[in-house]
Structures are given as C-alpha cells and as structure tokens.
Design a protein around this ligand. Structure first.
Ligand code: ADP
Ligand code: GLC
Length: 482
C-alpha cells in the first residue's frame, strides 16, 4: 500500500515537539508493516540540506501565482523518499518553522501551510506518474488543508483516502477570512459545513471536516476532545464524526530512545544491567553542580514551557520536594514568566535545582537516563512522549491523569503494586494538593529500594515500540481503501 505522509516537522531535521518524533518514526514503522511510505515536506533549510539524488518532479504555480519547484529525492538521515516543496521565499527564514526570531507567527503562514496541502492533493491526483498514493495521511493544522483540497479535486482515476491526525487540538491554524480567496479553494469550503469557524478560517476544522477519517494520538484524548471542556469549539463536529474518529497511541522510536545504545550516554544500561543508570545519575548531578548524592531522588523535566504542561504545579510543590531531600533538573523553553520563575528557584538553591533554558536533544537523553522520576503534570496531553521516554530509561513518570498520560501510566497504589501493573505516579485532580500527594508516593516508594527497582524493571521492559500503532494505522488504511 502506497502511503503519503504530510507534515511540517520530521525528526531529526525539523522539530519543535512530539509531532516531529512521530512523523520521523512512523514511515519506517509503516514500511516494516508492509507499506511503501513517502513523505511530503516544506523545503525548510535542514530538509533541503539532507535531500540527496533529487530530481525535479514538476514546475508548478501556487494558487496565488508564485512559481515553485517540487522535488523528489532521498532524505539521507531518514533513508526515506521525500517530496519537498522548494520555495525558499516561503520556507527559508530565521526562526522556528512557524515563528520569527521575535516569536511572532509569520504573517503568511496561511500560504506557507496551505501550499503543503495543495501539493499533497496534486500528488493524490496523480502528479507523480511513477508513484500513486492510495492513502494521504496529514498531520496537525499545518497539513490539514490536504483533505479540503482533495475533497474539491475533480474525481480521481483511483480512490485516494484522506486521513488527518490531530496531535494537539489547541493549535488550530486560525486565519482572517480575507485570505481565503488566495488559496484556490471553492467558495463553499468557507462555510459552516467546511472550514469556517466563528467568522475565521480554521485549518484545523478543514482537516476535521473534510478528511475521510480522523485519528488522534491516544484513545483517551479521542474521547476528551468530544467534550466541551477539551473540544476547543470543535467538540460538536467531533461528536458528529465520532464513527470516523479513533485514538491510536503513539510509540517510542526505539532506534533513537534506547538506553542500551544511546550515543548521548557514556554508561549504557537496561533493565537487567541497571548499574549504568546510577553512573549516569552521578555524572548528571556532578555536571549540573547538584549535590552528588545517590540517595537523593532526582526529578527531571524536559518540556516546552507552556500553559498546557502544568508546570506551575511543580513550582508549588517544589518546597516539599526539596524538604524531603529531592533534587530537580529542568530543560525547557517557552513562556518567559515560567522561565524566570524556574531560574529564580535554581539561583536560590543551586545544589538541589538546575534549570536550563533552551533546546538540547542530547541533554534531554541524559536527563531521562540520569533522573529517577520524570515529571509530566500537564493540564491536558494528547499523547505525551516524555513519560514514555521516562519509562524506557527507568525514570518513573509522575503525571496528571489526562489524555495519553492516563493511557500509559499506572499509579503505584498498593493494589497496582500487588498486581504488578504499576509503573509510575498519577494524580487525579489538577491542583497542588493532588500533585504533592503523588510526590509523597514517589518518595515513599523510593525509600523501599527493592520495590522501586521492581517497578523500574517493569517500566523499562514495557513494550512501547511503534509496531502496535503501525499495525493499527495499516488496518485503518486497508479499511478505507476497500
Ligand atoms: P509536545 O509535543 O506537546 O511538546 P511530547 O511529550 O509529545 O510533547 O514531545 C516533546 C518532545 O520534545 C520530546 O521528544 C521531548 O524530549 C522534546 N523536548 C521538549 N522540550 C525540549 C527541550 N527543551 N530540549 C530538548 N528536547 C525537548
Ligand atoms: C503534540 C501533543 C503531544 C503528543 C505529540 C505527538 O505535540 O502535545 O501530547 O505527544 O503531539 O503526537
């Protein structure tokens, strides 16, 4: 089965969060499950630099009359065939894929990402005489217009199924409707039965409305987004489409996240040879200037610093963590007030708190390897990958019971310890009292060395690879192509 994946990010080339981890791992997992997968990407600088053996597939003109080239080539770092939109004026700029250096969204984002969908629909329509996708699978609002363009394309020779995966409903790609006419879609696309959303145009809604099928990244989040509280105004539409909506849990890319052969770690380890983990912890403490104490529970956070991630709760439980002899390392960037608050706490207590503002893939690996607990107290979390990286690296996750966190972490309650199903710490109310109780459970278990080791072993042995998700996606693709 030929599958075209469409996204704005792909690990290890362009990454702002978990989306890239998913789009970087899914193609290989689908191929292992028997698919022939290619990707379509915007021509960001790292993508162009990684693209080899390229040929020009087509010289095209955007719906707003800008000429560009569509290349097809081989992404060296992913060993993957890719179509890449080569239009430097749109994609080669300082900043993130979405924002300039001043953290302002690019004013022409609606064009930059509409084009991704437009090209995807041309490929669905047979643009490449040598390769016809049977499924076009787009990810998040950046690629969401794919399904709208496909829905308005003339009838195809072959049926091509459109699937849209929501990684985070909170980022919806909302733009002023005056830009609609530039996008080359039929006027009916901008109606309530389409991508119109409270007088704006919503790329997210286009994906949700026009796709043959919608998936999201955990079973629980698939239910949560159908509620008023977590639906961001899309819950009505999602309830209407409930029969074409499923949650498929993300996996962990075990080539990238594997403590037995992680190039970021000096001391490899696994569940059966855990000694390397203690060395990783001691080295991390030393490197960060923390007191080098093997018996001080070390808590870690690797996160975007946004309201979603619930990190104000960490600030409110920090005194208790320290009073009980714990330590904290945080790696993250984002909200200026959160950055300042964590920096301030580290300055006041450098032996116990270490804060690194920035983005550092290598350091992230060292944190999962060297810590005892990974904190993910998110207000909402579609899937969450860091709690799974914590499990793989024996850093037990402490999470809020929501979305994919609830689907992956089982609290160390007495009954789940006895059942041998516990793998972390879970709090059920999104407040400091509830979180602090989970922190106390973590300390209580940490004091019982044998039990702690048993839970770590279980966590590290859990099967979290991409094969399960890939099989579910392939089953879905097959059903849609019948
Ligand atoms: P989200 O996509 O909402 O940010 P996920 O848990 O799905 O959350 O994925 C986050 C990904 O980004 C993980 O791979 C995590 O390790 C990585 N990450 C987040 N912040 C940083 C950072 N400051 N430095 C390095 N990696 C980070
Ligand atoms: C989003 C979500 C996160 C999820 C990731 C990958 O960024 O916030 O929960 O793990 O996408 O699907």
């Amino acid at each position: 089965m030929n599958v075209l994946q469409v996204s704005a990010e792909i690990f290890p080339l362009v990454k702002t969060g978990g989306l890239a981890d998913v789009t970087g791992a899914l193609p290989a997992a689908l191929n292992a499950a028997g698919c022939d997968t290619r990707v379509l990407l915007p021509g960001f600088e790292p993508i162009m630099a990684d693209l080899h053996s390229t040929t020009v597939l087509a010289e095209l003109t955007t719906p707003w009359s800008e000429p560009f080239v569509l290349r097809v080539g081989h992404l060296a770092s992913l060993n993957l065939l890719a179509y890449v939109i080569d239009l430097p004026l749109l994609y080669q700029r300082p900043g993130t894929p979405y924002e300039d250096d001043q953290h302002q969204p690019f004013a022409d984002n609606y064009r930059r990402f509409a084009l991704l969908g437009w090209v995807a629909s041309r490929l669905a329509g047979g643009l490449d005489a040598n390769w016809q996708p049977q499924v076009v699978h787009s990810h998040d609002w950046h690629a969401a217009l794919t399904s709208a363009y496909m829905a308005f394309s003339p009838a195809q020779r072959v049926h091509v199924a459109s699937i849209y995966t929501v990684h985070n409903l909170a980022y919806d790609g909302l733009f002023a409707p005056r830009h609609f006419f530039e996008l080359g879609l039929q006027s009916s696309a901008l109606s309530v039965e389409g991508m119109e959303f409270h007088g704006q145009m919503s790329f997210m809604k286009a994906g949700l409305f026009f796709s043959d099928y919608i998936t999201t990244v955990s079973p629980r989040y698939a239910l949560e987004i159908q509620t008023h509280e977590q639906g961001y105004g899309m819950d009505g539409l999602l309830r209407l489409r409930a029969k074409e909506l499923v949650g498929i849990m993300n996996g962990v890319d075990e080539v990238v996240w594997n403590p037995t052969r992680d190039p970021a770690l000096v001391h490899p380890f696994d569940a059966h040879k855990p000694a390397g983990k203690s060395r990783c912890k001691a080295e991390l403490q030393q490197e960060l200037g923390l007191a080098v104490q093997s018996d001080a529970p070390l808590f870690g956070i690797v996160s975007r610093l946004t309201e979603q991630k619930g990190l104000h709760l960490v600030l409110s439980v920090l005194d208790e963590m320290l009073a009980r002899g714990g330590q904290l390392v945080l790696l993250g960037a984002g909200d200026a007030s959160l950055e300042a608050a964590f920096r301030e706490r580290a300055a006041a207590n450098p032996q116990a708190i270490s804060v690194h503002i920035g983005y550092d893939e290598n350091f992230a690996h060292k944190i999962f390897a060297g810590t005892d607990v990974t904190l993910v107290p998110s207000r909402f979390e579609p899937c969450g990958l860091t709690q799974m990286y914590g499990l793989k690296y024996g850093s037990l996750p402490l999470v809020h019971h929501v979305g994919g966190l609830a689907d992956t972490v089982v609290d160390c309650s007495l009954e789940d310890l006895a059942n041998e199903t516990a793998n972390g710490f879970v709090f059920y109310h999104f407040d400091s009292q509830s979180m602090v109780r989970a922190v106390r459970r973590a300390f209580a278990l940490y004091a019982r060395k044998a039990e702690w080791r048993a839970v770590c072993t279980r966590a590290m042995c859990q099967s979290l690879g991409w094969d399960t998700a890939a099989a579910q996606y392939v089953a879905l693709y097959r059903r849609l192509c019948l």
